[in-house]
Design a protein around this ligand. Structure first.
Ligand SMILES: [Zn+2]
Length: 115
C-alpha cells in the first residue's frame, strides 16, 4: 500500500464510504450511528471483529490530546465554568465526530488487511 492508496482510502473514509470500492455507504443512518454490517455494493465486511483497536485509538488518543491542549492553552477566569464547557465541548466533539472516526478506523483496518 502506497501513499496514493492511503489517500484514496482516507478520502472514502471521510465521505463515509466503503474503503474497498468507495461506493457503498458505511452507515444506514448516520444520525443514529446504525451501520451496515457489510458493504451494500461490494460485500466487504466492515468490522468483522467488532470494535476495532484503531477506533478506540482514534477516539481516545485524538480527543484526549485535544482536551489536554485546550486545558494547557487556556487561562479560564472561572474554573467551574471552564470545566462545564470542557465536558460539554468534549461530549459534543465525541458525538459529532463518531461517524468519521468509525469510518476512518474501518479504512485503517482495510489498509492493514485488504481482502
Ligand atoms: Zn464496497
Amino acid at each position: 500500500m502506497g501513499k496514493e492508496a492511503f489517500r484514496v482510502v482516507a478520502g472514502r473514509a471521510l465521505t463515509l464510504r466503503c474503503p474497498r470500492c468507495g461506493v457503498g455507504p458505511i452507515f444506514r443512518n448516520v444520525l443514529r450511528y446504525s451501520e451496515h454490517e457489510r458493504c451494500p455494493s461490494c460485500g466487504f465486511v466492515y468490522d468483522p471483529k467488532g470494535e476495532s483497536i484503531a477506533f478506540i485509538y482514534l477516539s481516545t488518543a485524538v480527543l484526549t490530546g485535544c482536551i489536554g491542549l485546550v486545558m494547557v492553552l487556556t487561562q479560564p477566569e472561572s474554573r467551574f465554568w471552564s470545566r462545564v464547557a470542557l465536558v460539554a465541548g468534549a461530549l459534543f466533539v465525541y458525538l459529532t465526530t463518531l461517524p468519521v472516526r468509525k469510518s476512518m478506523a474501518i479504512a485503517l483496518n482495510y489498509l492493514q488487511t485488504p481482502d
